[in-house]
Write a protein that binds this ligand. Structure first.
Ligand code: NDP
Length: 323
């Protein structure tokens, strides 16, 4: 496992990390989460991603219980959480980045995670109703209080990120250090296009999510929807409707011979492809089973096989390389 700097920040994250979305508290409980996190940690993963809204707080509670049981030293790992959707408690506590929500939100997350501090807090989406200045001050104050060490954005526009950096610099506040973006073989435009200048000029970090497009790029949906898969979970019908389209499945099928040629699985190929982007600090993996995670960690060995010729071949198949 290699470790990459989180953008311009001094802290280093493992190039593969592990997250809790959909799985923790929905598909799996504490025992499976423990096995997954221990597998990740043993392979060198030092960064675990979570969010207040995942399974309505249950994902944080499970991760907190697991961390307590592992006995890992707190210095050895980083934990992140994210705020925006809230726990639907009242009008000022949902779909917002207002100060009242953020200052209370961090306390709830720390309690569920059983931690004194988290390493990273993300603004899970941009909030058009709250001035960016108010959010920047709140994130700064949380960091000053010692409850978090760094902060970042998730799915903000380049303009909104630039505004936040500018406001922080003008007022000598803690700046956001990283984005958390959707990035995979199907979704490239924002990371490779819109953010290019942020990476070049500001060395903004990026830890990316859904590297397998919710499992689609593992090839598991090539012949239908397996009953135990994410797309078959109640509440995830949208994935079948908008994510697993015949056109996308056809692209995945075209990638099969490329993976075979490299002696790789489809999932490893797709994850290794994300790792080739040097503007990415970490690729956040998701897995509902230990065998999936073990397979995906094998992507580390596939990276070097993605030569310029292979990458060009993949670009030709996908046909979506941003100009
Ligand atoms: P992926 O796109 O990699 O999807 C992971 C899912 O795909 C697994 O839970 C599993 O689902 C299936 N899968 C994974 N590996 C394999 C395999 N080798 N073979 C077959 N199936 C496999 O990542 P996620 O969408 O889970 O995102 C990763 C993390 O990113 C999240 O946990 C979260 O921390 C973060 N995230 C952040 C977001 C944001 O807005 N900032 C949004 C979404 C995620 P199953 O077995 O159920 O089919």
């Amino acid at each position: 496992m290699d470790y990459r700097r989180l953008g311009n920040a001094g802290v280093k994250v493992s190039e593969l990390s592990f997250g809790a979305w959909v799985t923790f508290g929905e598909q799996i409980g504490e025992e499976d989460a423990l096995r997954l996190m221990q597998t990740a940690f043993d392979a060198g993963v030092n960064f675990f991603d979570n969010a207040q809204s995942y399974a309505a707080g249950k994902a944080e509670s499970i991760m907190g219980a697991v961390l307590k049981r592992t006995g890992w030293t707190r210095e050895a790992y980083l934990v992140s959480t994210k705020f925006y959707w809230g726990l639907k408690e009242s009008v000022n506590q949902e779909n917002t980045l207002n100060r009242k929500f953020l200052m209370k939100g961090i306390d709830g997350s720390l309690k569920r995670l059983q931690l004194d501090y988290v390493d990273l807090i993300f603004c899970h989406r941009a909030d058009w109703d709250t001035p960016i200045e108010e959010t920047v001050w709140a994130m700064h104050d949380i960091i000053e209080s010692g409850k978090a060490l760094y902060w970042g954005t998730s799915e903000w526009s380049a303009y909104e990120i630039a505004c936040a950096i500018y406001i922080a610099e003008k007022n000598h506040l803690h700046k956001p250090v990283t984005e958390q973006s959707h990035y995979n073989l199907f979704t490239r435009q924002k990371v490779e296009g819109e953010y290019a200048r942020l990476f070049r000029d500001r060395h903004y970090g990026n830890v990316i999510w859904s590297p397998l497009a919710s499992g689609l790029l593992s090839g598991k949906y090539n012949n239908g929807i397996p009953a135990d898969s994410r797309a078959a979970q109640p509440g995830y019908e949208w994935l079948q409707q908008s994510g697993i389209t015949p056109a996308r499945v056809d692209k995945v099928k075209q990638l099969v011979p490329v993976a075979n040629e490299l002696g790789s699985t489809l999932a490893q190929l797709a994850i290794a492809w994300c790792l080739k982007n040097q503007n990415i600090s970490s690729v956040i993996l998701g897995a509902s089973k230990v065998e999936q995670l073990q397979e995906n960690l094998g992507a580390l060995n596939v990276q070097e096989k993605l030569t310029p010729d292979v990458l060009k071949h993949i670009d030709d198949i996908m046909g979506n390389k941003p100009q």
